[in-house]
Design a protein around this ligand. Sequence first.
Ligand code: BES
Ligand code: MN
Ligand code: ZN
Length: 499
Amino acid sequence: MFTVNSGLNLKNELNTLLVGIFKDDKKPTGIVEEIDEQLSGQVAELFQSDDLSAKLKKVTKIHTLGGLGSKRIYFVGLGLKKDLTYRKLRDTFGKAAKELKESKHDDVAVALDSFTSEQVGNEQTAHALAEAFVMATYEFEDYKEKKNEKRYALKSVNVFTEENTNSIEASLNDGVAYAAGTNVARDLVNTPGNLLTPTDLAESAVTIAEKHGFEYDVLEKEDMKELGMGALLAVSQGSEQDPKLIVVKYKAKENWDNVLTFVGKGLTFDAGGYSIKPALNMHEMKSDMGGSAAVLGAMEAIGRIKPDVNIMFVIPSSENLINGAAMKPGDVITSMSGKTIEITNTDAEGRLILADALTYAKELGASYIVDLATLTGGVVVALGDIATGVMTNDDEFHGLFNECAEATAEYVWQLPLFEPYTKILKISNVADLVNSAGRLAHPVQGGAFLSEFVGDTPWVHLDIAGTAYNNKANALGPKGATGVMTRSLIKLAERFATK
Ligand code: BES
Ligand code: MN
Ligand code: ZN
């Protein structure tokens, strides 16, 4: 989709040219000045009459009526240079991409240098461009009689720069990998529960693993029984679909140590079990595998980027339904770790399947763990659909993760795991833990429960219940699955590699 060239010639025939304009420039400068000259001062006039605004995210389309090699120009407003951030630039590119797609202008030239500033340099600009264009034009292939075709509407994007074309090309490829990984996650989350069972999820994982030559293993119910994964098995026993535990290893180093590990909740549908959910919006619980989707999206990107760090991907997958064999409130189960759990609410199932996955991940050599889960409605109440809730047992690892989330412009916000919180769940008369102790500090209970199974291993827990699925479109995509946190994971992998 992207090609890089130098020597942008305005006389050459181009379909659509994208140019950035800053508020700082009161009169045309750089490429805009050249355009203005060729159009005999008309651009300057547009500036003066306010028909052309450099307001952030404002996109103005003009037709050159034969005055230029390029048929039309999209002027993209970037605001004041000093106020521009990576996030703002990327979202502006997203908005422009959506307008291009809408107008079916799928053959585009980009004057990249007109978008760069001291704040956001040319490599970051290239990354933002690629990430935004691939993400913003994403569409889920639907099941309508008349299918929506053409998923990535921009066929050709010719990027012009007078900077080092090799480094720009590398940054574009990086941006494409981030976005493609995110779109992999989105596709999985948008797929309905009947078409994405734990077996299907495992197949998707195997497909990606094989594509990149990664080692993998899918545990079946019998294996789980042997390993004593009582928590994962308890959740799945109410379903006709077999649970799966997916493990993929990306071995970049000679020795299997310093293993960065991503663990994702893969609940392909969560009806709540006997503590059943209300009917309203229950259909959205097909998105309860958003954590596993981000893990697989990151896997796809890591396969492309191949950072120099060992990475393990672990996904426990199950449905949470009701039948005659389903777990019941009051049941006591034994997890793989040996800790017993009293089921006080069958709808707090994510932490159960993750408990065994975390124990197993440690057994397989996990040195640093990030888990991702659509875990609690409480985090939706607290942070809405804007920020992902974060909990941790290790400030240093969390600091590193935070930098990565910031660098990829994904919003995260920390919730506490103060020592008294770890006692909330130790109230059972018959078991070590309950899986839910009511409404108080609801998202923190989820984190506190998981912390019992990670022990001293540096760990970051991401509650993406509010952010994995959007009810409205934004600059980077349509409504539905967001692929949230995929990019932060990729960035973390890259950051570990350079350490
Ligand atoms: N999958 C849900 C959490 C969720 C809620 C995800 C809203 C996305 C949007 C999770 O399994 C769940 O049901 N959590 C319960 C926990 C409670 C019973 C302790 C909840 O949040 O109500
Ligand atoms: Mn639930
Ligand atoms: Zn759930």
